[in-house]
Write a protein that binds this ligand. Structure first.
Ligand code: BG6
Length: 509
């Protein structure tokens, strides 16, 4: 199969190759890039993990992963064989001198075989406590030393609070150049998340109304139906605020709220995002209970089946006070957004899987229609649907057909599936390709990660200081705890029913 032969040779080394991320996301994404001929002719993928395993064992495990999780469906025998010839396994331990030297030799062999020094990408898909040893390992054995050719991809969570994120950064930037470090947030690779930039800055229609004068409030929802699955050990130490809000939700907020950058260059875009994070009004410790809500799921019904409560999940402490739901109200102190609340919510085991950002506009300034005409009247809204029904929905008021003047809402919809078919690349495909090409636009800079930690630190601290009463407080399969609704109801607002649900209801009706 012809490949991209414009690009020089590359080896990607995946630390944590035995884990879920490599199986479900990374290797299926690489396989997809291979099918699209986007990988260079000379490339190698080396999986590193502690377990003893040979290359064939590794390949067959990954093949199962691709069969199960790839958007392309089950593998084609011949194409898989061609792809698998680039895969190999290395059993190594991050604390072991001999293993570091052996990995160095393995990488040198590729260079000899290729007759040229390949680029090296080290993907750290490992638990947070292994990040520091892994970075030291790479440095100690001199295998990630070429700051033009060697890159490091750091998976989230990047630290577990502001202090540890700073410490990790200090270490990484003392060992590697900033341009070598790719801090990944896979939400930034999603087509619809990237489309927020296109929507805002490639259309002149919306910019004049994209501010406090016309926008009443913004709602960002990332709801999941899944529980913690096999990740209880990690999640019980993290919780929804660290796992989702610090990264994915704040990234979406940045894209909605940022000023137009002067170009699409990585640093221009990242500067504008950091400006947003720095303008978020700091939450004072005494107001945390008014602007932040946490919850934890108990037993319930999910997808027509009985689902266990969070505390019954594997590797979760029986009396755990970790939150599986978090909602926040934030304000951005700048000219554009002064006084406009941004409501964020996320949770596991909620009723539907849906990620969307909804922009709710102010009412028309003067209501000239008779009261009887506007009974069903609703303010305009724009919903940017990130997943699963990717698209954009605008709600406008129209005259209902008939002899009377009666107004009612209708939705104008753009659906990716209808316009472009359903073949969009997965977020990891986009991001891995960017790493291979050395484009950091969609990755986070250290100051961005730290500013995001600074936003949630007061909440983390207050929650840690006062364990929650009454957990679990929402049944699996619901829309979260009552407190989440009250948070927004205080200002006379209510969460939009996610569009997916509405559509199903309409379809059912
Ligand atoms: C990950 C979180 O970053 O994002 C998971 O660690 C979460 O807990 C996942 O399930 C959600 O990603 P997506 O792409 O399914 O919305």
């Amino acid at each position: 199969m012809p490949a991209n032969n414009q690009q020089g040779p590359i080896v990607m080394v995946i630390f944590g190759a035995g884990g879920d991320l490599a199986l479900r996301k990374l290797v299926p994404a690489l396989y997809s890039l291979f099918l699209d001929r986007l990988l260079p002719e000379r490339f190698a993928i080396v999986g590193v993990a502690r377990k003893k395993l040979d290359d064939d064992g590794f390949r067959s495990r990954l093949r199962e992963g691709v069969d199960t999780f790839s958007r392309r469906g089950r593998v084609d025998e011949e194409k898989w064989r061609a792809f698998a010839s680039h895969l190999s396994y290395f059993a190594g331990d991050l604390t072991d001198q001999a293993s570091g030297e052996a990995l160095g030799r393995r990488l040198n062999e590729f260079d000899q075989e290729w007759n040229s020094r390949g680029d090296r990408v080290f993907y750290l898909a490992i638990s947070p406590d292994l990040m520091v040893p892994a970075a030291r390992y790479l440095e100690q054995f001199g295998i990630c030393r070429d700051c033009k050719r060697d890159r490091l991809v750091v998976e989230k969570p990047f630290g577990r609070d502001l202090a540890s994120a700073r410490e990790l950064d200090r270490l990484l930037t003392s060992l590697f150049a900033e341009s070598q470090i790719y801090r990944i947030d896979h939400y930034l690779g999603k087509e619809t998340v990237q489309n927020i930039l296109a929507f805002r800055f490639a259309n002149s229609l919306f910019e004049p109304i994209w501010n406090r004068r016309y926008i009443d409030h913004v709602q960002i929802t990332v709801a999941e139906t899944v529980g913690v699955e096999e990740r209880g050990g990690y999640y019980d130490q993290a919780g929804a605020l660290r796992d989702m809000v610090q990264n994915h939700l704040l990234q979406i907020l940045c894209l909605i709220a940022m000023e137009p950058p002067i170009s699409f260059a990585a640093d221009e875009v990242r500067n504008k995002k950091v400006d947003v994070l720095r303008a978020i009004r700091p939450i004072r410790p005494e107001e945390v209970h008014q602007v932040a809500v946490r919850g934890q799921y108990g037993k319930g019904e999910a997808g027509g089946k009985q689902a266990p409560g969070y505390r019954e999940e594997p590797n979760v402490a029986p009396g755990s006070s970790t939150e599986t739901y978090a909602a926040l109200k934030l304000f951005i102190d700048n000219w554009r957004w002064q006084g406009v609340p941004f409501y964020l919510r996320t949770g596991k085991r909620l009723q539907s899987k849906v990620s969307e950002a909804a922009i709710l506009f102010r009412p028309a300034p003067h209501q000239l229609f008779p009261a009887a005409a506007v009974e069903n009247w609703q303010p305009n809204r724009l919903v940017l649907r990130i997943q699963p029904e990717e698209g954009i929905v605008t709600r406008i008021q129209v005259k209902q057909p008939g002899t009377r003047m009666l107004l009612g809402p209708v939705d104008m919809q753009f659906r990716y599936r209808e316009v472009f078919g359903s073949d969009a690349p997965e977020a990891y495909e986009t991001l891995l390709l960017d790493v291979l090409r050395g484009d950091a636009t969609l990755f986070m800079r250290a100051d961005q990660v730290e500013s995001a930690w600074a936003v949630i630190t007061p909440v983390l601290e207050a929650w840690e200081a006062a364990p929650p009463a009454g957990f679990p407080d929402y049944p699996a399969g619901s829309w979260g705890p009552e407190g989440g609704d009250l948070l927004i109801a205080r200002e006379g607002h209510s969460w939009l029913k996610p569009a997916v649900q509405n559509e199903r209801k309409e379809e059912e009706g």
